[in-house]
Design a protein around this ligand. Structure first.
Ligand code: ADE
Ligand code: ZN
Length: 334
């Protein structure tokens, strides 16, 4: 249930977790890359979660074919462009698209900073063609360790004027946030916002680290914050919005059932949440589906869903004037 007089916003959406299966297939043919099956229909289970994965890392493995077929910068630009077309098809007014440039570059040794430039070019091209607004968040993919993350950060900072924030994603359990304090000091110096994946595979201590050590002002997922009342109070008092991704949380095994999601605890404690997709092509969902299950499976009221749409607007990494313009754009739909 989405209110058409309010902007529909996706703040947590991985561009490299939303590469269309038919584009992956097409690029594999084009680039002479062997795929594990002969027929397209048999390929879907390799790039989409059927029901759920056993854990976060098994879920993330489904993103791998999408980046393995990116053999040159034109391919990177194409998938960035198609990501914006997908926003338009999903009726999304504004999105913050995040991507890990090293992950996109590594299979074919593309220069990482050039991958950042190609993503920027594809998104700009898409925004002007489809009349959608989007900004970019650069990811440090902790899965690959500290050295690769520094390289990734260097490549992102070359293009910092075209980014609104830096995120830390990937293997939360294996690579805790505290290892990356030095990198996020550089992010702070560069004047970029910070959002961090935390409380998804690991517990509330991971959320504390993201906030206290990396200075995150938004948290990706934050699911397990419900286990620490002091953290809930801190999130509420300091207006730290949780970027909630219901289907993703089920598919990564973070929650056993959608109905078990602690979103009611967050709302009851005054913690701001917004609804997002995460990796829509891999999950086989879109943003409106997340609003739908929030209403039907979790029983959120219309008022709560309205507030959630507004929370996304307020938490967006854009100016107040841009927020007002987004509101105005939709207010005619009453
Ligand atoms: N990269 C893409 N999706 C992710 C998730 N849900 N958690 C951590 N890293 C990710
Ligand atoms: Zn994510």
């Amino acid at each position: 249930m989405v209110f058409d007089n309010l902007p529909l916003i996706d703040l947590h959406r991985h561009l490299d977790g939303n590469i269309r299966p038919d584009t992956i297939w097409d690029l594999a043919q084009q680039n002479g890359i062997a795929l594990p099956v002969e027929h397209f229909n048999d390929f879907i289970p390799h790039v989409r979660i059927e029901d759920k994965a056993s854990d976060l890392m098994e879920f993330l493995a489904k993103l791998d074919w999408g980046v393995k077929v990116l053999a040159n910068l034109e391919d990177v630009q194409r998938v960035a462009f198609e990501n914006v077309e997908d926003l338009s098809l999903a009726g999304i007014d504004y999105a913050e698209l995040r991507f890990s440039p090293y992950y996109m570059a590594m299979s074919h040794n593309l220069p990482t900073a050039d991958v950042v430039a190609a993503v920027i070019a594809g998104v700009k091209q898409g925004c002007s063609e489809f009349n959608v607004q989007a900004n970019l968040i650069g990811i440090l993919s902790r899965t690959f360790g500290l050295e690769k993350c520094q390289h990734e950060l260097d490549s992102l900072l070359v293009h910092k004027d075209n980014l609104v924030a830096i995120d830390l994603a990937g293997d939360e359990l294996g690579q805790p946030a505290e290892l990356f304090e030095q990198q996020f000091k550089q992010v702070d110096k560069a004047g970029l916002n910070v959002t961090v994946h935390a409380g998804e595979a690991a517990g509330p201590e991971s959320v504390w680290q993201a906030i206290k050590l990396l200075k995150a002002t938004r948290i990706g997922h934050g699911v397990r914050s419900y286990q620490d009342p002091a953290l809930l109070e801190y999130l509420a008092t300091n207006n730290i919005t949780l970027e909630t991704c219901l289907t993703s949380n089920y598919q990564t095994g973070t929650i056993a059932n959608i109905a078990d999601h602690p979103i009611h605890t967050f709302l009851a404690n005054g913690v701001k949440v917004c609804l997002n997709t995460d990796d829509p092509a891999v999950e086989g969902i879109e943003l409106r589906h997340e609003y739908h299950i929030a209403k039907t499976t979790l029983g959120l009221t219309d008022k709560q869903l309205q507030d959630i749409q507004l929370n996304a607007l307020h938490a967006a990494f854009i100016s107040d004037a841009e927020k007002q313009a987004l509101l105005k754009l939709k207010s005619a739909n009453i």
